[in-house]
Ligand binder design. Sequence first.
Ligand SMILES: [Fe+2]
Length: 151
Amino acid sequence: MFASTEQLNQIASWAEEHKHLFKPNGKSRQYGIFSVLGYPTAALELRNKIIETYGLQGKKQEPMFQDYCGYITEGGAIHEHSDPNQDGLIHTRFNVMISKPVAGGVPVQNGKEISVEEGDVWRCDAGVVKHWCTEVEGNKPRIVCSFGFLL
Ligand SMILES: [Fe+2]
């Protein structure tokens, strides 16, 4: 597991406490940018671990969505899309599954489902790969921390 249980619990609680400040971005879907709302310690820890693990020292943060917490409840999904690149660099995201729904909420890249458990990290080359997420089912939300870089 990439994230510890303590980190997952801290970020999940943070999301519940702050979700009223999140921005809606579709049916049953909202997100909060950490730099706007203030990073919980565990999110900073995960960001640092990602930088170390993937060798991202000195890389630029993706400026539009930066690092955010995504929150999707029952009936919500993410449609197929790719994300904007910038300055000849590729919009790349490192995502951590904080709360995995009972069913659904599965990330898909280029048509292939990615098997992700709570606490796992996965990389999405969002500027070049078509990606989406299947519909969330059940009353447990899908909470994801997404850290953006230009690579
Ligand atoms: Fe995306």
